[in-house]
Write a protein that binds this ligand. Structure first.
Ligand SMILES: Nc1nc2c(ncn2[C@@H]2O[C@H](COP(=O)(O)OP(=O)(O)OP(=O)(O)O)[C@@H](O)[C@H]2O)c(=O)[nH]1
Ligand SMILES: [Mg+2]
Length: 462
């Protein structure tokens, strides 16, 4: 996001440009009302109370009728952005919407940058950063639980939790600093042991929040599942079986799938996106070769990898190489999916395969055997630790996760110092660092770069 002037009056559509029957445009800033009064048939809006709606005609500068509209007025500071806001509900015809948009640009509005309404809301103290992120999460949530969790964040529940933890840390720090002040008089305010125990308590609270990230991530963003394996093992057939429809072409000619094909579905109320890829030839020489560079990119990005084997054939060198590759850094997220169980007596092979990877499922894409079990495994593996209570607050993004991890590290360092008998003045520095990291989560401490980066990922009109 460019550095933008906060005094500009900005405009953006809140609804998609095509489809629907009503369209909504939002205008926010000091001149929103005066611009509207110039072209709306009802005047003196500024003298009315905020939170009202008005029905009337919208006309251009020459008095030509553009549309019959409903106009909403929110008076500063009681609006989303904290500024005067006018919202125009017009008919959803794209010509009408564009004519209104152009009219307001001529009157002096500037098109809003992505996320600019929310950025103004943050800068005007209407919400903190966690709440602003919750707005974007709520719109994009990929499950009902994701919606619920975003609402918790929006209502400030995560922020409250973080502020409470921060207050505890500040209190311990003030004990430590007070103790330093009184050290001459040999009055003990707090012992190192007591301080260490209190820090440990807060560290546990942060550790608990950190464990919610995996689950928080998937309910907000969904799960990406990559289906991989050598040619002809039944990757595309498996994708169809998991989707419950014949989406991908299947044939007995190896090399049928060429490009990555993705399709999504809901499993246990969670959005799952399957990616079917071309079969990988992984010969001994090619493990490090350029050829699998692209595949590796997908290995990194995927939340779960299904490595498909064909049990009706002997395990081949290519299978072995893929198993070797994936049992390295991708082990935790790989499920060895042994396919075509309908074709052979599997007992012998089962034994050989059993210990190759800890997560193994035997399936038949053809008869659908164990496909439901595979779905369960996918969700279980991606979810990490499940929340204990349904209404538990989950953290949902990398930024929150990183700052909480930094806070935890700073507390651990403080605790270590106390155990080693380091002076309270040094311990207090780590405690203050911990407080600052928490302030960055809610946005009490922030930089222009961070704000620009965060809000530019929002959609236009939010
Ligand atoms: N009997 C049996 N045949 C299967 C099963 N799954 C796939 N096949 C057959 O195996 C052959 C290959 O299936 P595909 O799904 O095209 O395999 P693929 O791994 O996507 O192949 P490429 O795209 O060429 O890499 C087809 O003839 C399928 O009908 C299964 O569970 N049982
Ligand atoms: Mg295929």
């Amino acid at each position: 996001m460019k550095k933008t002037n906060q005094n500009d009056t900005i405009i953006a559509p809140l609804t998609p440009s095509v489809g629907g029957s009503v369209s909504l445009l939002r205008i926010s800033g000091p001149k929103a009302v005066s611009f509207a009064e110039k072209v709306f048939s009802k005047k003196n809006i500024s003298q009315r109370e905020g939170g009202r709606f008005f029905f009337g005609n919208l006309q251009d500068e020459q008095g030509k009728l553009i549309d019959e509209v409903v106009l909403l007025f929110f008076k500063a500071p009681n609006s989303y952005t904290g500024e005067d806001i006018i919202e125009i509900n017009s008919h959803a015809n794209p010509f009408v919407v564009d004519t209104i948009f152009q009219l307001f640009l001529r009157l002096g509005c500037r098109p809003a940058e992505p996320g600019e309404f929310s950025k103004r809301a943050f800068l005007n103290g209407k919400m903190d950063l966690v709440q602003a992120e919750a707005v974007a999460d709520l719109i994009a949530a990929k499950s009902q639980t994701g919606v619920q969790n975003s609402l918790f964040h929006l209502k400030g529940k995560l922020s409250e939790k973080i502020i409470k933890i921060k207050e505890k840390i500040i209190q311990i720090t003030s004990f430590l600093e007070l103790d330093l002040d009184f050290s001459e008089e040999e009055i003990d305010i707090i012992s190192a042991q007591k301080a260490s125990a209190l820090i440990d308590e807060t560290e546990q609270e942060i550790a608990q929040l950190l464990t919610t990230y995996e689950h928080g991530k998937i309910i907000t963003r969904g799960i990406d599942v990559l289906i991989t394996g050598r040619p002809n093992v039944g990757k595309s057939s498996l994708m169809n079986a998991l989707l419950g429809e014949n989406r991908v072409i299947v044939s007995d000619t190896p090399g049928t799938t060429r490009d990555i094909i993705h399709e999504q579905t809901l499993i246990q109320n969670t959005q799952v996106r399957f990616l079917d890829s071309a079969g990988i030839h992984l010969t001994d020489n090619s493990i490090e070769a350029e050829g699998i560079g692209r595949a590796r990119e997908f290995f990194v990005k995927a939340d779960i990898i299904l490595l498909v084997l064909d049990i009706s054939e002997e395990i081949q060198r290519e299978d072995e190489n893929l198993i070797k590759l994936l049992s390295g850094s991708y082990k935790e997220k790989t499920i060895l999916t042994v396919n075509k169980t309908d074709k052979t007596e599997t007992k012998q092979l089962e034994k050989r395969i059993k210990n190759k990877l800890s997560n193994t499922v035997f399936v038949s894409a053809k008869t659908q055997e164990n496909i439901d079990l595979l779905k369960e495994q996918i969700i279980r593996l991606a979810s990490g630790t499940q929340p204990e209570k349904a209404d538990e607050i989950l953290i949902t993004n990398q930024r929150q996760f990183n700052y909480l991890s930094l806070t935890k590290k700073a507390l651990q360092k403080a605790k270590q110092s106390l155990e080693q008998g380091v002076g309270f003045e040094f311990v207090s520095l780590d405690m203050r660092a911990a407080t600052n990291y928490l302030s960055e989560i809610t946005g009490e401490i922030t930089t222009d770069d961070l704000l620009n980066n965060l809000f530019s990922n929002f959609c236009i009109g939010k």
